[in-house]
Design a binder for this molecule. Structure first.
Ligand SMILES: [Zn+2]
Length: 134
């Protein structure tokens, strides 16, 4: 854990330098931290512990996460979701978001005929009928 070679006493290190490099490579390739921990394999709590106790690993992890997030974002297909969540304003995304927005606005809001008629309750409970209909 300290960068020194393992001396052979006590419990062997769970997350040695090689495992850290492998984990950081997986994160930088676009895997989430959870998936990278499963693939490494290492428990997530070990990664969290190492992050909080080793500043150099924390800095490398932050850089790897940023790189991996960029890769995941670039892999997302162009469409309304990328327009809304990724901030992409290309022609495809803008057109898809505009069409989806227009489609949602075309739906009539709260058609009164959709209110469920409940004759067993009579007409004396409008608040309950509104709660059921909404
Ligand atoms: Zn786009």
């Amino acid at each position: 854990m300290t960068g020194r070679p393992y001396r052979g006493r006590g419990r062997p290190p769970l997350f040695d330098d090689g495992a850290r490099e492998r984990f950081l490579g997986l994160v930088a390739s676009g895997l989430t931290m959870r998936d990278a921990a499963v693939a490494c394999p290492v428990a997530q709590r070990v990664v969290t512990y190492t992050k909080f106790h080793h500043a150099d690993f924390a800095a490398a992890l932050a850089a790897a996460r940023e790189k991996g997030k960029r890769i995941r974002d670039d892999a997302q297909p162009h469409g309304e979701s990328r327009y809304n969540h990724g901030g992409c304003r290309c022609g495809i995304c803008t057109k898809a978001a505009t069409a989806a927005r227009a489609g949602r606005r075309a739906v009539p809001a709260d058609d009164p005929s959709a209110v469920i008629d409940m004759p067993q309750l009579g007409g004396s409970l409008p608040v309950l009928v509104l709660a059921v209909a909404s």
